[in-house]
Design a binder for this molecule. Structure first.
Ligand code: MTE
Length: 305
């Protein structure tokens, strides 16, 4: 007989927030957003309008599950359910982002000021980790292309490199795993970053993104494995050469630069043919480019690693 032991973070379906309750809450938040636009002090850039172009083939992951099961090694290198309880000391305001390298307008951005100028929107995206679990999340943010236009890359700029916050006093995982090459760093080609799907994210479920999910400023590129979405970014550098990445430097045979979701390209430790949908862990076949072929096929030959 198969006995299924429920993980600490799983709850029976009947206890999950029904979608209509979540949606009602969204309507309230939107109403709050409207009040904000009319001069209230409570302007919340994360109560943004949903972009109807991005629809899901599955239910939205319950908020408790998406915010309670995290890969954020700076806070805990192994225990995904502990991360949310270890982020308390992490300071996320004020937040500055340095944009440098091959751009005509290098600058240090204040995140609150930046959000006042960016076209904020909500999108429902599938999110797939290389460890084979998957979620479906309402993210709030703006297209990466908007920030790229603002800083005007030079002709020679072919890549973006992201570097994330490193504050060992506020991040207990850094000392637990001193063998990693901190801080966490990642990269994309300019063509990938200009793709309409690529987002800078500051919100989730209609509110500021929680610290464990990468507050206050992270990347989301939904056709790639989750590790290509760095959290709590402090530097964006435009470069002519392909930047090094945290996981590729640490295990080159396991993690490539492109890391597009691909069911026929197995990882040495995880077949990628199926994914486990959080929180039920029900298996589903993995979709090429995580189901975003229509948007990204033109970027690739299909054999990128
Ligand atoms: N960013 C930083 N700074 N540190 C990390 O450990 N983990 C990555 C990515 N971004 C990570 C990171 C990995 S492996 C995944 S799967 C996703 O964040 C997880 O995002 P989530 O916790 O919001 O689901």
């Amino acid at each position: 007989m198969l006995i299924r032991i429920r993980k600490g973070w799983e709850i029976p379906e009947r206890e999950a927030t029904p979608e209509h309750v979540y949606l009602n809450r969204r309507q309230l938040l939107r109403a709050a957003g409207l009040l904000a636009a009319s001069g209230s002090l409570f302007a919340d850039p994360h109560a943004a309008k949903r972009n109807p172009e991005f629809t899901l083939d599955r239910p939205i992951t319950p908020e408790w599950a998406a915010t309670g099961y995290n890969n954020f090694y700076e806070f805990h290198p192994t225990d995904k359910q502990a991360v949310k309880d270890l982020v308390g000391k992490f300071k996320i305001s004020p937040w500055k982002i340095e944009v440098k390298g091959l751009v005509n307008k290098p600058q240090t951005l204040d995140l609150d000021d930046l959000l006042k100028t960016m076209p904020m929107e909500e999108r429902l995206y599938r999110f797939r980790c290389v460890e084979a679990w998957s979620m479906a999340v309402p993210w709030t943010g703006f297209p990466m292309s908007e920030l790229i236009k603002k800083v005007q890359p030079k002709e020679e700029a072919k890549y973006l490199r992201f570097v994330t916050a490193l504050r060992p006093e506020e991040m207990p995982g850094v000392k637990m795993a001193p063998w990693y090459k901190w801080p966490y760093y990642e990269g994309l080609t300019i063509a990938e970053a200009m793709n309409p799907l690529a987002m800078f994210v500051t919100g989730m479920y209609g509110k500021q993104v929680p610290k464990q999910n990468g507050a206050p400023f992270r990347v989301i590129v939904p056709w790639k494995y989750g590790y290509k979405s760095p959290k709590s970014i402090v530097t964006i550098e435009f470069a002519s050469k392909q930047p090094k990445t945290f996981w590729n430097d640490s295990q080159p045979r396991e993690y490539g630069f492109y890391s597009n979701v691909n069911p026929s390209q197995p990882h040495p430790r995880w077949s990628q043919a199926h994914e486990k949908v959080i929180p039920t862990m029900q298996l589903r076949p993995t979709l090429m480019y995580n189901g975003y072929e229509k948007w990204v096929t033109d970027l690739y030959n299909g054999d990128e690693y």
